[in-house]
Each structure stands twice: as C-alpha cells, then as structure tokens.
Design a protein around this ligand. Structure first.
Ligand code: HAM
Length: 421
C-alpha cells in the first residue's frame, strides 16, 4: 500500500534535528524572560477577518498566501500566517492593556503561509515572536533591536547584519507615496508587472521586489527618509543614538519596507548572505495603529519575529549537531535479570538519571552494541549469577574499564564514579 506523505512545505523535525530547535528555544526563552517578556500561547487558527484587517488586504500574505477555509459552521477561518495580529487580538480581548504601563509578550510556534517552498521558505514554519505594548518612545525600539542582536549571538549565530529604516507615520508617508507613484509612472516600461500593480495598491512594496532590473531602477528613486515629518525624523535619530550608546551595530537600509501593512516609523531586519534569496532571519518594527484598528484602545506597540528554520539552517552550517545521550544503559542476561534491570532503570529515572535499557532480551553482544550506539557513558551489566551474589558489572564506555560493584546503593556508586571524572 502506498504510504501517506507529509504536505509539501510542511516538514517533520526528526529526533536527530530536534537538538538545534531545543537550543534555539531555550536561548530565546532565557534572553526574552531576562528582558521582562512573558510567554503567551494563542490558537493556530483565528477568524480570517483578523488577518485581513490586521496585516492588510493588499499584502502578499493576505492576497495569496493565507490558509483560509470555511469550517463546518460556515465561519471563515485562517491558519495564522504570523503571530502579531493574534497577540493583539488576545491583548485586546483580555484587557491586558488595563494593566499599568508596558506589557512585553512573546510566543513561539508554527505559522502557515502558502508560499512556493524552497530552501528557507516553507508552508509551515516556526517563529519566535516578541511584542511590546504601551511604549511610544525610541528607547524601546533600540532596546528591542539590541536584544535581537544578543539573541542571535546567544544562539551561536555569527555573520548576520541588523538593517534598520523608518517608514514615517501614515501622514508623512502619504505624501511620499504620491511622489513614489509618479516616479514609478514615469518609468513604467522598466518595471515588472508586480511592481506596476503595487504602484496602485501598495507602492512602497516595490522596494521588496526581487527582480534585478526593478532593484536597479529603484536606486534612483526618491527616498522616504527625505520626506518624513520632524517628529518621525527625531524618533529615528534617537533610535540610532540609543543603538550607538548600546554598542549595537546596524546599517541604515531604505529598502527595509516590510511586507505587512501595520508598520510605521522604525522597521528592521536581521539579514544573512548565507541562505540565498531567503536572507531575512528576523524582522519587525513599530505598529502604533494596529491595536486601535483591531478594536482596542490607542496603544503603541513594537515587535519582531525570527524564523526558526532559517536559524537552524545557519547553525547547521557552522556548528556540530548537539546530541543527547543517556548517562547509563542497563544490559541484562536472563529473564530474572531483565526484570531487575527494568525496575532499576525506573528507579534511576525517578532520581533524575537518564537511563536506557534493553527490553528485548537479546544477546549480550547485541545489547552492548546498542549501548555503544546510544552514547551512554556507563553500562550496568546484570546477569543471573551476579544477581544471586547481589552484584553488578559496571563498565565505563569511555575508559573501557569494567569492574564488579555491589548492587546495594548502585545509584550512589554510579554517581560517585561519575563525579570522579
Ligand atoms: P515577517 O517578516 O513576515 O514578519 O516574518 C518574520 C520572519 O519569519 C522572517 O524574517 C523569516 O525569518 C520567517 N519567515 C517568514 N515566512 C517564512 C516562510 N514561509 N518560511 C520560513 N520562514 C519564514 C512577521 O511575521 C511579523 N509578524 C513580525 C513582527 C512582530 N512585527 C511586529 N511584531
């Protein structure tokens, strides 16, 4: 019978790979919690409206990439393509804004976008997402990017760059949109069809176009930074000053326009040149209007998300795979010894020692092969004769030495031997 395969672009994370994921997750939790972020877990499905209103009708995500479906009640739902809109929904729904001052939240989990799968781009992918609500000053923008740099460093990833930009506020951006539209209209014959379509729907997105000739034409395009209002200019200047004070390295890059509509003022991406065209390992920015647009009070916010698959791809390029070994393996000979070994392994585990055993009653040779493969440092060999004498063989797999020790207090003996190493 033909075996059922996973959905294209949705991957299993196998035990051999899961060490990378656990390492990334624990580094993220450590750094984020240290900066005062607390975890939130929202459902993977939401009402479709949340994303079309939150992310924007004319974005690629909403236009072409959403896993949207009608459920059995006739409600339109979607698998979340990102975490920000869901977190804002939860923040408003549960009145989290009622609590004083700022609120820092993070979420780790799968997101879904129906993109064309390729290396670094999947249909189910995972994000580490962080959001701060209630602060509109430049200090938190800088702190967040500083934290993002620390996070990348703490995960053991090197050779990535922080690129920052400002998108101004809706008022000053409006003026710039018209200027950019005229620029695109004057050179219409040089741009690809996508860019021309974006000219009318979402002109700033042309800066994200991957077509080389479009990018070249845009080199001479008017730049938003020259059109932003005094307040937005001051905000961006202060963000940069704080970054300088923190010693966080960055480059100002006017092409960081982001693919979601909710951004204003500060935007940023962490970029690598080691993953081909999927070069962003994280991105985010300020979105002061979104909480209100989703029915909440006018609360400013800023956040970012990192793509975990891309982090893993980078780690695989530069580091040895983290592995996990049981500390102890229990081998046994004979039925009675096997049962004793079984009980012993439960006791060891209950006391916090990672222990594996042979359940099948195979030959000693094959058990030793398995023990070796498991990577266990110690093997306890329990035979019927030893059992009768209340003894056990203790083998150190690294020094390849073996000795007979009393079965009584074997756990303590093992710990004592281990602590001598
Ligand atoms: P985003 O730029 O769409 O932003 O996604 C953030 C990161 O998720 C990307 O930099 C990338 O590493 C990863 N990513 C996105 N799509 C895929 C995919 N198809 N396959 C693999 N990885 C992917 C957001 O999602 C915003 N919600 C970030 C944010 C939070 N802004 C404010 N708060």
């Amino acid at each position: 019978m033909e075996a059922v395969q996973a959905i294209r672009g949705m991957n299993d994370i196998l035990p051999e790979q899961v060490g990378w994921w656990q390492g990334i997750e624990s580094a993220a939790r450590e750094v984020l919690e240290n900066f005062g972020y607390r975890e939130i877990r929202t459902p993977v499905a939401e009402k479709l409206e949340l994303f079309s209103r939150g992310i924007g009708q004319s974005t690629d995500i909403v236009e072409k990439e959403m896993y949207a479906f009608e459920d059995r009640n006739g409600d339109w739902l979607a698998l979340r393509p990102e975490a920000t809109a869901s977190i804002v929904r939860s923040y408003v729904q549960h009145g989290l804004h009622a609590e004083s001052g700022c609120r820092k939240l993070y979420q780790i989990g799968p997101m879904f976008r129906h993109e064309r799968p390729q290396k670094g781009r999947y249909r189910q992918f995972h994000q580490i997402d962080a959001e701060v609500f209630g602060l509109d000053g430049p200090m938190i923008d800088a702190e967040m990017m500083h934290m993002l740099s620390l996070l990348v460093e703490r995960m053991g990833i090197s050779g990535v760059g922080l690129h920052i930009n400002t998108l101004g506020c809706p008022t000053c951006r409006q003026g710039y949109r018209e200027v950019l539209k005229s620029f695109l209209a004057e050179r219409a014959e040089g741009f690809c069809e996508d860019c021309l379509r974006r000219r009318d729907t979402n002109p700033l997105r042309v800066f994200d176009c991957k077509v080389k000739s479009c990018a070249e034409l845009l080199e001479s395009a008017p730049q938003l930074i020259d059109y932003i209002c005094d307040d937005c200019r001051a905000h961006f200047g202060a963000v940069r000053q704080f970054l300088d004070k923190l010693g966080t390295r960055y480059a100002v890059n006017p092409r960081i326009v982001r693919g979601l509509d909710y951004y204003m003022r500060t935007t940023f991406e962490v970029i690598t040149d080691r993953l081909g065209s999927q070069n962003a390992i994280g991105g985010g920015g300020r979105y002061d209007g979104l909480v209100r647009d989703l029915g909440g009070p006018a609360v400013p916010a800023v956040g970012f998300a990192m793509g975990m698959e891309r982090l893993v791809l980078l780690l695989e390029q530069e580091k040895e795979k983290p592995s996990r070994y049981p500390r102890c393996f229990i081998a046994s000979l004979g039925e009675q010894a096997r049962v004793s070994g079984f009980l012993l392994s439960q006791q060891f585990r209950a006391r916090g020692l990672e222990t594996e055993m042979d359940y099948n009653g195979r030959s000693l040779k094959s058990q030793m092969r398995r023990a070796d493969k498991s990577g266990a440092r110690y093997v306890l060999i329990l035979g019927e004769e030893e059992l009768a004498r209340r003894e056990i063989q203790l083998r150190d797999m690294v020094t390849k030495t073996q000795r007979i020790v009393p079965l009584e207090n074997i756990f303590e003996t093992l710990l004592a031997v281990d602590s001598e190493k």
